[in-house]
Structure formats: C-alpha cells, structure tokens
Design a protein around this ligand. Structure first.
Ligand code: FAD
Length: 321
C-alpha cells in the first residue's frame, strides 16, 4: 500500500498548495511506514516542474500528458486519478483543499468507495479509528472525524503543514490512462484573470483595505504596498458593496476566504464577518487609527495610526529593504 498525491498546476507551474500536500503525504508515510510517496500530474506542465516535486518528498511522479487534461476538467481528472490510484494499489489519496481539489475528491470518493475528509489541519492519528482533525466554521473550530473505510482521501488545508524543501528530484514516469470522451463533456472554454497577477484565494500575502480608506481614489496606496510585497489586494464587504472595489476582492464570511502567510488589514474595523474569512492567516498586521478597533484583538502586529501617513512610509521602508 502507498500514498498518492494529486498535483494541481497553473500556467505550467506546480501550485504551492500541492507541494504542501506532498509534504503532508511524506510525513504521513513516515508515520504509517507506507514507504515512498507517488504524485500524479495531468496535462502539460513546464519541464523540470515534475522532478522538482521531489523536493517536497515525492519519490515518483506519474504524468499523463494528454493535452485535454491540461484544463482541469473535473470529471476527466477524477477518472485519471482513480486509475493511477488503482495501478498503484494505493491506500490514501492526499490533495490540496481547493475548489478543483474538492470537486475531484468528491468524485473520487464515490469511484473508489473511499472515505473523504476535507480541510485537514494536521496529520491524522492513524491508530484504531483513524482520527482526522479538520477545520470547520471558517476556521473558528475544529472537528475530529473517524475514517473507517479502507481507502482514504485527505484534502489538506493551505498552510496546515510546513513545506518540505530538502528532497531530491523525483523520478518521472509516463502514466497511461484511458479517459472516456464523455468525461470531457464539460470543458473550460476560456479563463480570464480579473485583476492583478496574483489570485486572491491562492495568495501568500494579501493587502486589504476597508472603509477607512475613504474612497476608491485612495486605493493606489494599497496597490503600491501590494506590489512591493508581491501581494494580492482584498477589501471589506462594504467597500465592494459601494463599488470602490470589485466584488471578487471582498474577503470574509460572505466573500473569499483567505489563508495567506501574511494578511495586512488597513482601515478595516475587524467585524466578526470579516475575521471569518481571514482567521486562518499565519500572521495578521492591522493598521487602524482607532486603538479600540476589534481587529487588534486578532492581530499579531498592530499599528495605531492614520493609514494615509503609515502606509506610504511603510511602503517606502519596505522598498528600501
Ligand atoms: P467600518 O466598520 O466602517 O470600519 C472602518 C475602520 O477604518 C474603522 O475601524 C476605523 O477606525 C478605521 N479608519 C478610519 N479612518 C482611518 C484612517 N485614516 N486610518 C486608519 N484607519 C482608519 N464584512 C466583510 O468585510 N466581509 C464579509 O464577508 C461580511 N459578511 C457579512 C455578512 C453579514 C450577514 C453581515 C450582517 C455583515 C457582513 N459584513 C462583512 C459586514 C461587517 O459586519 C462590517 O460591517 C464590515 O466588515 C465593516 O467594514 P470596514 O471595516 O471596512 O468598515
């Protein structure tokens, strides 16, 4: 028995969240004694990216290069990964929790008759009962689920595990799978990036602005800081409701949930509904002129001050680094 990891990639590059899934699988295999971890990647991907998956702990990468698999067609991916799982006689599939990951995992759970837990935050207790801890209620609580099926699927939450980076190159092998034409019945015709170079749900750093920014004309300051930090931009709900920023930037309970390494909140009060979307961030920095703003209670670092003075100075200081 062994562990298989489903790799997601975009624009030819393996996603960091998938490398985290490989790191998770590597640690799990060490715990269960299941030996080497194998990854499966589908569609076209940059040369060198597959072998580099070894750095996170995969010994082997199975690659099905069928061009039609490049677009992340959910049904086709589920079919191809199920075949890889059977070929490998695997016990466990590990993947990153994401919209594609969840959609593929749900189909695989049915195909493989496997138990599935999504939003996993730490290595399971693999003893009797196989207890898996997962994040619930937008990160406000945890639940422990017992997986009793022989085959198991674990979708790992972003930032749940430290990324392993010291593995050697993985051996890359061709994976021959036969995917029915009907599994390609739905396909992505085109994709268009809404704004910026970095997608908000996947960003490692997010700079977010609230009503304290006073108006859309002041967003240059947020964008400049985001550019310096290599961050995506976000905002509070009222900001997108009044049209200062597009809706896809709205972070929170009713918007995008983010889990970056760094979340910088500028002129945002820290209402519970906003915090629900950001409380899985590794480090939160709050800039607010009101020392009583609730966001400071959730902050790792806080700056009490006027954003219009603090942000340009912070940006200059970071640029000078
Ligand atoms: P405000 O509450 O107006 O806060 C502005 C902050 O800026 C204040 O703390 C102020 O001190 C500070 N400030 C002002 N001027 C400056 C300055 N010059 N420098 C520095 N700081 C300054 N909200 C979300 O964000 N996301 C959600 O998903 C969401 N979902 C919701 C769902 C429901 C069902 C409901 C009822 C509400 C939801 N909300 C959501 C709204 C939420 O309750 C808050 O109203 C909202 O988050 C407040 O946005 P804000 O912090 O930008 O604005």
């Amino acid at each position: 028995m062994s562990i298989l990891v489903y790799i997601e990639h975009a624009e030819g590059k393996v996603k960091k969240t998938s490398l985290e899934a490989v790191s998770f699988a590597h640690a799990l295999a060490a715990q269960t004694g299941e030996g080497d971890v194998t990854a499966v990647a589908l569609g076209s991907i940059e040369a060198g990216e597959l072998a580099a998956v070894g750095s996170a702990g995969a010994a082997k990468v199975l690659h099905a290069s069928d061009e039609r698999l490049s677009d992340g067609v959910i049904q086709a991916h589920a079919s191809a990964v199920a075949q890889a799982f059977e070929i490998l006689n695997a016990s466990t599939l590990v993947l990153a929790k994401s919209s594609l990951g969840d959609a593929v995992a749900a189909r695989l759970a049915i195909k493989l008759k496997a138990g599935l837990v999504s939003n996993v935050v730490e290595l399971p207790d693999t003893g009797a009962g196989y207890a898996v801890k997962r994040s619930i209620y937008t990160g406000k609580a945890f639940a422990v689920t017992s997986l009793t099926t022989e085959k198991k699927i674990l979708a790992v939450k972003k930032n749940a595990i430290d990324l392993k980076t010291d593995g050697g190159d993985a051996v890359v092998e061709t994976l021959d799978v036969s995917v029915a034409d009907s599994d390609f019945a739905s396909k992505i015709i085109s994709t268009e990036r809404a704004t910026g170079d970095i997608l908000l749900p996947e960003a490692d750093i997010v700079v977010s602005g609230g009503r304290g920014m006073k108006g859309p004309e002041n967003w240059g300051m947020i964008e400049d800081l985001a550019k310096t930090l290599g961050a995506a931009t976000g905002c509070s709900k009222p900001v997108s409701d009044i049209g200062w920023r597009p809706h896809h930037e709205h972070v929170g309970q009713t918007g995008v949930k983010v889990a970056p390494s760094l979340y910088v909140a500028i002129g945002i009060s820290g209402a519970i509904q906003h915090l629900a979307g950001v409380n899985s961030s590794k480090c939160i920095v709050v800039i607010n002129k009101d020392p009583e703003a609730p966001f400071f209670k959730a902050a790792d670092y806080g700056i009490v001050g006027d954003a219009f003075e603090v942000v340009p100075k912070l940006n200059e200081a970071l640029k000078a680094e």
